[in-house]
Design a protein around this ligand. Sequence first.
Ligand code: GLN
Length: 305
Amino acid sequence: MDLQPVLNSVARDVAAYLGEGEVARYIPALARVDKAQFGIAVRTVDGTESCAGNALTPFSIQSISKVFTLALAMRSLGDDLWQRIGREPSGDPFNSLVQLEHEQGKPRNPFINAGAIAVADRLVSLHPDPKQAITAFVSDLCDATITFDAEVARSEAETGFRNIALANFIKSFGKLDNDVATVLDVYFNQCALSMNCLQLARAVGFLCRDGAHPLGGGRDAVLTSRQARRINALMLTCGTYDAAGEFAFRIGMPCKSGVGGGIVAVLPDQLTLCVWAPGLSASGNSAAGMRALELFIERTGLSIF
Ligand code: GLN
C-alpha cells in the first residue's frame, strides 16, 4: 500500500482540528510552542518511509522518552525491573500522587511519571553516565545525533514540583536507591529530548520488528521479541494514561504520548508512526494527533484487532 497519499490526506483534513486543546503551559518552555503545527511520519517494516506536514520539525518528546528508558532498563534488568514497578493502567492523570500512597511507593506502571522516575533510578544505578547512555541509545536507534534541549530541561526542573514530590515520596518508602536530585536530573532531561516525527517513527521501529534493530543491517537486536511484545502491551493499556481505553477503542494500536504533542504508535510486524500537534486534550494527549491517528486507521483499514 502506498501510504503517502493517505498521509497527505490526513495532514490536509486534520488542519481543521489544530485549534483544539491547549499547549502544556505548566512547562514554561513548552507554553511558547505554536499550536498550528502538524507532522506525521510512517516507517514500514521494510524501511519505506513517508512524511507529511511538519514531520521534520524537532519538538520536545516528553513522555515518549519513557518508552526508550524502559527499553534500556529492560535490556539490563530483565524481569527484576518489575519488583518496583507495576503493569496496571492507573486510571489517574500521568502526574497523580494518590495511588502511590496506597500502594507503598510502587508506581502502577512505567509510563506514568512516578513509574518513569523509578525507571530513571534504575538507570542511574546501571550506568556511570545515564544521560549519555540515553542519548547514545536513542541516537543509535534512529541513526541521528539526538540531544537534550537544555532550556526545556531547565524549565522542567524549575517548575516540576509534582515530579519532585513524586520522587521524594517514592524515596520515603525506600524504593529509590539513588539521590532524588540525581534521579530527577535524568528524568527532566529525558523528557527534554528533542526529535522530529521521522526520527521517532524510526527509533520505535524495534517495536514492530519483534525487538530487532529498527535499521536492520546486521545491527544487534534492541530487545527480545518477548520484551518488545510486553512494551507494546503496556503502551496499549497505559501509554496514554487515563485515556488509554479511549485510544484502544478509537485507534486500536499501542500508542505512547507526550505533553509536547507527539504520539508514537505501533502496528506490530507492519509499521511504526509518529504524529505531532502541540494542542493537548484534558488527558494530556495531543488532541489533533489523536484525530490524525483515527483518520489514518480509518483510511488504511489497518488494526491490531
Ligand atoms: N515532563 C512531563 C512531566 O513530567 C512529562 C509528562 C508527559 O509528557 N505526559 O510532567
